[in-house]
Design a protein around this ligand. Structure first.
Ligand code: AMP
Ligand code: ZN
Length: 507
């Protein structure tokens, strides 16, 4: 079984063949740290985190590099607005970025280089480009000579002559800086320092690097060329990635990377997210009210290359979808632990057929196969989750009415574990909604009132209530038994009476 990846440059899915067998070296452009990251950024980073996790699960040794752009016009502007330094702005938002990513369940990259710590590698690369005739200095700036690199435009599918006419129109309003370039298409590799801006010594005087050069320098330094996968949001394809490729291939004379992956943009209620439309959402604000697993469920139900629509309705749907999976895993683990315990009750009641454990195991195998096939097909997370949901339905039907024997414990546990394992491959960790804080105060109040439970452990409070209800029923004290049921209902839970005893799940 091979993995296929849609390669932007080929404009087709291509079979994935890594440069070094069993290893994947990937580079995903990181953020410019002048603000908290928004959920659009988060979508792109979650997509590539999922790609990485899946490749690791498929047995590859993955090296994941993501830079932090900590010197840039936007950072300098923010520092001026706030009366602080660019360094202070960048270091604050770098820390916040790392915290937000962890809160969203995105794994730390193996290497997270910062632009400001890699200036010597960038200067070396710019010098190489000048030596090889692909770049020139102009009044302390250095520009890449786009026409010196014949493959310019190949990645984004642009024609160099059409691009130029577009630029000429732009120049009509007399942008001063443009005049230092020999050709309007040329882009800056190094920018001469302006007063008050961060700057470094260079062979061309004090200055700072252009944005594109940092990724070319860092990917070469940490991954070597050609590396396997280069990723980012679709908005980075041109000019950022086109320029990275031009710099690296012109300087080193080898292929930059073998697969280009671009993620689709996130929109809000079908509108582009923007500050001026007032629909700008920060990741940290969303995570205040939404567990990371729900957010990932929402994002991964859309293919990473398609536009993603973010809305409250979709969040609610994702919450419901996640709780179906969580309830299944929780209930099935519970059933595995208790299978056989109530044989006598079943026999007395004379109901419940035996579990078809072979059918359950076959359904697990089908889910694993479908999941893998979908993910192998250009990381089709929506398809992969579809197999998990189908399995949960089938398994619920098989387990639902069966009376479970001790022998069934193994098949039940395997079913629950397989679901938890596969969703974890997508970075969806189950159990987040099960902690004590997620039980509402009504449950604790009821547990105190009916069962005398005074603690703060949600699971223990629920168990105390179920025990009190069982005792009340045994005594035919229907008033107390009903008050427990009604209390759970009011708090958004249902009690299910199963052959193995009562259990509680979210409605
Ligand atoms: P930036 O800090 O603007 O360079 O963005 C960091 C990453 O977020 C890049 O990979 C962008 O392509 C991506 N990104 C920015 N806006 C969106 C959006 N609305 N939807 C998806 N990805 C985005
Ligand atoms: Zn980049």
């Amino acid at each position: 079984m091979t993995i296929k990846i849609y390669d932007t440059k080929a404009r087709a899915k291509r079979e994935f063949v890594p440069v070094h067998e069993g290893e994947v070296r990937m580079y995903v452009c990181g953020p410019t740290v002048y603000n908290f990251i928004h959920i659009g950024n988060a979508r792109t980073f979650i997509s590539f985190d999922t790609v990485r996790r899946y490749l690791e699960w498929r047995g590859f040794k993955v090296t994941f590099v993501q830079n932090v752009t900590d010197v840039d016009d936007k950072i300098i502007k923010k520092a001026n607005e706030e009366g602080t330094t660019a360094e202070a702005v960048a270091s604050h938002y770098t820390e916040q970025f790392i915290a937000d990513m962890r809160a969203a369940g995105v794994k730390d990259p193996d290497i997270r280089p910062k632009a400001t710590e890699e200036i010597p590698a960038m200067i070396e690369l710019v010098q190489l480009l000048i030596e090889r005739g692909h770049a020139y200095e102009a009044e302390g700036d250095v520009y890449f000579d786009v026409r010196s690199y014949g493959a310019y435009g190949e990645l984004s599918g642009r024609n160099i002559d059409e691009m130029e006419s577009g630029h000429r129109e732009l120049r009509a309003d007399g942008q001063g800086l443009e005049d230092r370039k020999r050709d309007p298409l040329d882009f800056a590799l190094w920018k001469a320092a302006k007063p008050g801006e961060p700057s470094w010594d260079s062979p061309w005087g004090q200055g700072r690097p252009g944005w594109h050069i940092e990724c070319s320098a860092m990917s070469k330094k940490y991954l070597d060329l050609p590396f396997d996968i280069h990723g980012g949001g679709a908005d980075l394809c041109f000019p950022h990635h086109e320029n990275e490729r031009a710099q690296s291939e012109a300087a080193y004379g080898v292929t930059f990377n073998n697969y280009w992956m671009h993620g689709g943009m996130l929109n809000i209620n079908n509108e582009k997210m923007s500050k001026s439309l007032g629909n700008f959402l920060l990741l940290r604000d969303v995570l205040q009210t939404t567990p990371a697993a729900v957010l990932r469920m929402l994002m991964l139900q859309t293919h990473y290359r398609s536009p993603l629509d973010f809305s409250d309705d979709r969040l609610k749907e994702s919450e419901t979808a996640l709780s179906r999976i969580e309830n299944f895993v929780k209930n099935t683990r519970w059933a595995a632990e208790n299978a056989g315990a109530a044989d006598a009750v079943d026999a007395a009641a004379g109901e419940g057929k035996a579990l078809d454990a072979a059918a359950l195991s076959a359904a697990v195998d089908a889910m694993r196969a479908g999941f893998t096939e979908s993910m192998d097909d250009d990381f089709n997370t929506a398809g992969a989750l579809g197999f998990v949901f189908t399995f949960v339905n089938e398994a619920n039907a098989l387990i639902g009415e069966a009376s479970l024997a001790a022998d069934d414990a193994h098949a039940l546990k395997a079913a629950a574990d397989a679901v938890a394992e596969l969703v974890a491959v997508l970075g969806i960790e189950l159990g987040g909604a099960e902690d004590e804080a997620s039980y509402p105060a009504e449950i604790f109040d009821l547990a105190r009132e009916v069962a005398g439970y005074e603690g703060a452990d949600g699971e223990a409070a629920v168990q105390a209530l179920l025990d009190a209800r069982a005792a009340a029923r045994a005594e035919k004290n229907w008033a107390v038994a009903d008050s427990v049921r009604d209390g759970f209902t009011a708090a958004g839970f249902v009690i299910e009476d199963t052959p193995q005893g009562a259990r509680v799940s979210r409605k």
